[in-house]
Design a binder for this molecule. Structure first.
Ligand code: ATP
Length: 508
């Protein structure tokens, strides 16, 4: 039997496992933690690096049309004026004056409670997969407490940005359950400010980048001038980004310090951008599947034309079924020539390129696939987390927790076990194999405890292969036992077969 934990408890179980086994810790935990910041422990950093390396290999190394870049986190503040972030990068927020809690207005939902045509109050709820049920239950409770007779009209939730000023005092705060303490929505700037240089005045203000993309636009000219690229081509970058999110939540899904993997793909203004956009969407889906996400858990959210920024031609988000609901994982936007034109205007430097093929000079248009490393990691954990039942050493069926990571991104690729720890000849042979494999992959050596217990420990952290050295290895044919994490099947292989198999599974 294989079962996913119920989605309700799934996030807590993943968070618990990540802490217990050293994937992810709350930042500054010995000081009580720091909201919106997380640290990656020994297994987390391996998983994270493997995700980034897989992306870099597939998007940069294996493509002739994409170049890599690593730009600084703090850049000239004018870049953020040109990009529109200084004036426009904000979210609507609403404060609860009583609890001092702050909400993102577009994530705070409310509805009037109408009984027999009369509004008897309002209900509110913070965005979550069960928001409709929670609001309906609160409305039914309100009707009962008010002892109102008649039909309760359907609860139609709207977000707080759609409320009108007369409603601010009527909508209850989700924190207190009482109306009268919520403020009007206000814009909240998401960029972190800092000061650069010895002067502490306004001229020293700089920003931690809220996205890596602007570093790409700022270097576009350098890369074009090095002469290696021709239209269409892309520039890719992996790096930290910072946003002072109003309500960081859902573990690493929305944090204040995170990492992005972004590409700006430059195309001719006359190119069939719709076809290229579609190609990028498919490439992105294929990549997610290649690192182990089930195809059925990925959907496309096409932004309606009237919700797009004025310069944007189209945006499709790839959505993933996270434990807290279906949410954006990867945004793929067609941004026209907006960004390059803005930088051309603000910097006074030409952003045109000469296209040999068409003999035309133009400012290219751009398609931007933008993916979060941390969200990808949470998606990978969600897809991998499984509770199933397998027989133990004695044939008794037991429940186990297993992370079914793809071998490509698993933090530890294989664990090497001498069958018994008090037999030096077994331990030595296992150590020799361990040292040999360690030069190529992250592998683990474990000699302590019953073999079944050692398997379980590795299952829980997602190690795809277990390799046991037993008496047949040293006394007979040199073969080892190779155990598959998911099926628990075991077979004997020679060392050469083992290495070929690991190459195919991990690097293939
Ligand atoms: P959201 O609507 O969820 O805030 P967004 O549309 O603002 O996301 P983009 O600006 O398009 O996100 O950023 C590109 C990608 O960066 C997102 O698809 C996501 O994977 C990642 N990302 C954005 N904000 C965060 C964050 N606060 N924490 C973790 N990852 C993030």
């Amino acid at each position: 039997m294989t079962a996913k934990a119920s989605s309700e408890g799934l996030m807590e179980e993943i968070v618990g496992l990540c802490k217990r086994r050293g994937f992810i810790f709350p930042s500054s935990e010995i000081y009580g933690g720091y909201n919106g910041f997380y640290d990656y422990g020994p297994l987390g950093v391996e998983l994270r690096n493997n995700i980034k390396q897989a992306w870099w290999r597939d998007m940069v190394q294996c493509r002739d049309d994409i170049e890599g870049l690593d730009s600084t986190i703090i850049m000239h503040p004018d870049i953020w004026k040109a990009s529109g972030h200084v004036d426009g990068f904000s979210d609507p927020m609403v404060d609860c004056r009583e609890s001092k809690l702050r909400y993102r207005a577009d994530q705070l939902f409310f509805a009037p409670v109408i009984v027999a045509g009369e509004t008897i109050g309002y209900v509110s709820v913070v965005e979550c997969p069960e928001q409709q049920e929670i609001a309906e239950k609160a409305a039914a409770d309100m009707k009962r407490k008010a002892a109102k007779q008649g039909t309760l009209e359907p609860i139609v939730l709207k977000d707080y940005t759609e409320s009108n000023p007369e409603e601010y005092d009527l909508i209850p705060s989700p924190a207190t359950g009482k109306p009268g303490s919520l403020t009007a929505p206000r814009e909240f700037k998401l960029m972190f400010e800092t000061k650069v240089g010895p002067l502490a005045d306004e001229s020293a203000v700089a920003y931690l980048r809220p996205e890596t993309a602007q570093g790409i636009f700022a270097n576009y000219k350098n890369i074009v001038d090095t002469g290696r690229v021709k239209i269409p081509f892309g520039i890719a970058q992996i790096g930290k980004a910072f946003r002072n999110e109003i309500t960081p939540r859902n573990f690493i899904f929305r944090s204040r310090e995170f990492e992005q993997m972004e590409i700006e793909y430059f195309i001719a203004p006359s190119a069939d951008w719709q076809a290229l956009h579609r190609e990028w969407i498919d490439t992105c889906i294929d990549w997610l599947v290649s690192i182990g996400l089930p195809r059925a858990s990925i959907t496309e959210d096409i932004h309606p034309q009237d919700k797009l920024a004025f310069y944007s031609q189209a945006t499709t988000d790839l959505m993933f079924q996270f434990p807290h609901g279906e949410q954006e994982l990867w945004g793929i936007a067609c941004r026209g020539d907006y960004d390059l034109k803005q930088h051309q205007e603000h910097s006074g430097k030409s952003m045109t390129i000469f296209d040999e093929a068409s003999k035309e000079k133009f400012v290219p248009h751009v398609i931007e696939p933008s993916l979060g490393v941390d969200r990808t990691l949470l998606a990978v954990l969600t897809a991998a987390y499984t509770i199933d039942e397998v027989p133990n050493d004695k044939g008794k069926v037991e429940q186990r927790t297993v992370l079914k990571f793809s071998p490509k991104i698993a933090p530890i690729k294989a664990a090497i076990f001498p069958l018994l720890k008090n037999k030096p000849e077994l331990v030595e042979r296992a150590q020799a194999l361990y040292k040999k494999l360690q030069r190529r992959w992250n592998v683990f050596f474990d000699a302590s405890g019953a073999i079944g217990r050692r398997y379980r420990r590795q299952d829980e952290i997602g190690t795809p292969f277990g390799i046991t050295i037993d008496f047949d290895t040293i006394e007979k044919d040199g073969t080892v036992t190779l155990r598959d994490r998911d099926t628990c099947e075991q077979r004997r292989v020679t060392e050469d077969q083992l290495i070929q198999f690991l190459e195919e599974q991990i690097d293939g």
